[in-house]
Design a protein around this ligand. Sequence first.
Ligand code: ADP
Ligand code: MG
Length: 616
Amino acid sequence: MADIIQLLPDHVANQIAAGEVVQRPASVVKELLENAIDAGASQIKLIIKDAGKTLVQVIDNGKGMSTTDARLSFERHATSKIKTADDLFKLNTKGFRGEALASIAAIAHVELKTKLEEDNLGNTIVIEGSQVASQDIVVTPKGTSISVKNLFFNIPARRNFLKSDTVELRHIIDEFHRVALAHPDIGFALYNNGSETFNLPITNYRQRIVNIFGNKTNEKLVPVEEVTEVLEISGFVCKPEFAKKTRGEQFFFVNNRFIKSAYLNHAVVSAFDGLLKTGTHPSYFLNLTVDPQSIDINIHPTKTEVKFDDEHTLYALLRSAVKHSLGQFNIAPVLDFDHDANLDMPYKYDAKRAGSPNIEVDRSFNPFQEETNSRARAVAYKKEPVTTWESLYVGLESKGTSTPSDFSEVRFESEPETSSMFKNVQDIESARTTYQLHNKYIVSTIKSGMLVIDQHRAHQRILYEDFLKNMTVKEGISQQLLFPLKLPFSANEIEVICQLQDDLQHTGFVFSSHAEDTLEVTGVPVSVPESEVSIILEQLISDVENEVPDSNFSATDLLAKSMAKSLAIKTGQVLQKEEQEHLVNKLFACKEPNTSPTNRTTFVTMSVDELDKKFI
Ligand code: ADP
Ligand code: MG
């Protein structure tokens, strides 16, 4: 029989290899960003069109390539990063297989522009489906720009397999976050369909996290540092009270490379033992530095898994480092995270010197001592259960019978000190029911003592339950706008709105049409002022984008939460008596009045007994 084995032509081999390297546009993003980092760039720009299906472009100011290297870079197994098999065991670069560019060029239209610092002119090469279409001299800045267009143009089955733009973009942004988090010393920018989505200046690690995940992240971070002979750990974990329902923000980097490791995740989670509400996941951003010789990153083609020589030691070290940090920084729970200090500081205090803050550190906490300690702390951490709200009101007599002076002895800072607190008896009477403190809290009397309600959170709860109800029974009332609102949004943002359109309509929103970059709104829910529409929708889009669309993701719930957050009366807003009373009544008519939709306490109570104790 004749010989039948033959070598596959290069372009076929490349297409097969491409299947391993390039699963979706986000894989291209990862490879190109990593190449730019390996090239020593300090500024990297990522440009995306149509979730990467039309264009992924990365521009860097790294070292660039010579004419020969530019051409060679698209050959399979062409790499400048390793020379011998030994090099594999001391890798300091992201890439080493020399496969990425060859694979990408096999399944897309690629345009490369590159220039070495010392050269006056650079090179440009256009490759389509592994074939060089042109090669020229160009004027281009130092560094490299690679555009990858029409991904999978020659493999329709793969192209059809891609998910919606929202999902593919989500993957791209995840990849971008991972790379940007691993390299705070490099500036990154991301442009999506022509608009700037991220601009991350060179900074430190903490600030990079905050720049990506928002200002509110800062106060949530607890530093973790540990240096041992085998391992260096640095980074942050989030305080337990900010643990999330989704696993969104969990990042391990080993030698600056993002990895997934269920084993190490377990180490971190177990350090939180007893501190987390069930069903929540702690966020973390942890960098591990180990000797490159002690790991093998070669075991997975997309290189997000690592094999460690001594996993058990890493596990123990990581767990104890995180435990230790949580113990050290177990600052007494902060009462209000939304709190804006400017709002309630009387300005006569402005010039006063601030006293030094009191931080409670649990010095006796020993992370190495097993369980008993953390159990005890877990108990201390749990908030006292609030008695059910119904019992608060039972037996609360109406006017006249209880002591009319419940509040007459209390000094509220916002009142002028000279005149007596209440001008007439009527005021005393109404003050007995509700009182607004610092334009932030509603104080009311209850049978056992007093009740203090956070107006912003309480209103969020009320609106949240209202919206949820409207969406489920589909009965939101809409007010028609005289002139339709034309709101400018990006195509991506409009796509997010379209996906939520049904639910939005049930709350009362009516959309007439949407062009590529404008959304036309003709009706809004009765509770929504016209001027707020754009802010609400923007908030909604950003909430959707920040939520990882996994199994816990419920669009309806997210929408209700987001709208409640945008529309709830804010801290600082003066409320009339009737409004205060209405708020109290509506809150306690809710199904779950005790917490805001984001699980924060809406009210606290203080019994007369507790007050009495304070006067002993
Ligand atoms: P690998 O990164 O595994 O070496 P790639 O196919 O990603 O393989 O890249 C091949 C080679 O092309 C790299 O080794 C590098 O020399 C060169 N190269 C790729 N991208 C860049 C870039 N942005 N700047 C400079 N050189 C690059
Ligand atoms: Mg590479």
